[in-house]
Every structure is written in structure tokens, then in C-alpha cells.
Ligand binder design. Structure first.
Ligand SMILES: [Zn+2]
Length: 183
């Protein structure tokens, strides 16, 4: 098995024919698109890739990536560390027609006739593995939750100053009291 820094561009036909396994790292700084979504480009991404011939002469890459990245919390705008992991099984195809012809459970990727840029593919995988909204875990964020405008308006109109004791049905009870008194 090859170990070390992963090459970017590989001849996947040759690798699949030899059932090549690669295990190595890619510096985070090599992922140009990912850099826009993270706090800094320190560290490395670990990847294991296995090239295989599948049924009907399909070329497969089966693999796993893991990375420790720093993201920017969308609540407090401070960086925080998080681990990303993803397993994948790609079917390499050379054009759109071949992509459409795949089984629905195959994850197809379009690449060149003989070579594929695995850094690009790993970057796509990392991008879809990022959380939708980057946030500290509960209790670890320095951001103090503010009351929303709706809460403030409700509190003002109900005469309550403390949101914690705000009872949405308090005004109903009040109405009932008025009704009772009028009897
Ligand atoms: Zn935070």
C-alpha cells in the first residue's frame, strides 16, 4: 500500500487494474474551495482510497476521509475545532451519458479518459460533509442568546418583563376573569 502525501492526479484505469490502495494525507491548504468555508487552512486531511474494478467493468474508488478542521461559529463568529468523517464509493465515468446510465444507488463522478484528480473529488466530499450551519456545541458558545423581536413584542403587550415567566395563555385567563367579574 502506498503511504504518504497523496498525489493529486492519478491514472485510475491502471490503479483499478492493479487494485491499488492509497493511504495518505492532503494538506488542508491544497483545497482552494474548502478554504472559503473554514477558519484557517492548517492541518491535513487523511484519506484511504481503494481502486477496484466493479461489475460490468465499472471503475470504483472506495474510500474514507477524516479531517480536523476549524470552522467559524455562526453564532459568536469565533473559530472552533470539529472533526469531519466521510465514507464513499464512487463510480468513475467519462461522460454525462454514462452518468445517467448508472444505477440509482451508484454515486457517479465524471472524470477524464484515464486520469482523475483525487484532490478535487476529496474536496467535493469534504464540502458536502460540512455542517449546514457551523455552530459551537451547546454550552460551548460565548454568544448569549438574545430575545427575538417577537418575544419582546409579546412581552411588552402582555405586560410581562421576564420572558421566562411569559405565559401565552395569560391574556385568556385575564379575559375569563373580566367575564367572571361581569356576571
Ligand atoms: Zn459560538
Amino acid at each position: 500500500m502506498f503511504k504518504g502525501p497523496l498525489p493529486a492526479e492519478v491514472n485510475y484505469r491502471k490503479f483499478a487494474g492493479n487494485s491499488t490502495k492509497l493511504e495518505g494525507t492532503v494538506p488542508v491548504s491544497a483545497f482552494g474551495r474548502l478554504k472559503e468555508s473554514i477558519a484557517n487552512d492548517k492541518g491535513e486531511v487523511q484519506a484511504k482510497l481503494e481502486f477496484r474494478r466493479g461489475k460490468k467493468q465499472k471503475t470504483l474508488i472506495i474510500g474514507h476521509i477524516s479531517a480536523n478542521l476549524e470552522l467559524v461559529c455562526q453564532n459568536c463568529l469565533e473559530p472552533f475545532a470539529t472533526g469531519l468523517e466521510s465514507s464513499f464509493r464512487w463510480v468513475l465515468v467519462v461522460d454525462e451519458d454514462a452518468l445517467i446510465a448508472l444505477n440509482s444507488d451508484d454515486e457517479g463522478v465524471i472524470c477524464g479518459e484515464d486520469s482523475v484528480n483525487i484532490v478535487d473529488l476529496l474536496e467535493d466530499e469534504l464540502l458536502v460533509s460540512l455542517p449546514m450551519v457551523a455552530k459551537h456545541n451547546e454550552g460551548e458558545c460565548s454568544f448569549v442568546a438574545q430575545h427575538t423581536d417577537d418575544d419582546a413584542i409579546a412581552a411588552a403587550s402582555s405586560g410581562e418583563s421576564d420572558i421566562d415567566t411569559y405565559q401565552p395563555f395569560a391574556s385568556l385567563a385575564e379575559l375569563k376573569n373580566q367575564f367572571d367579574r361581569s356576571e
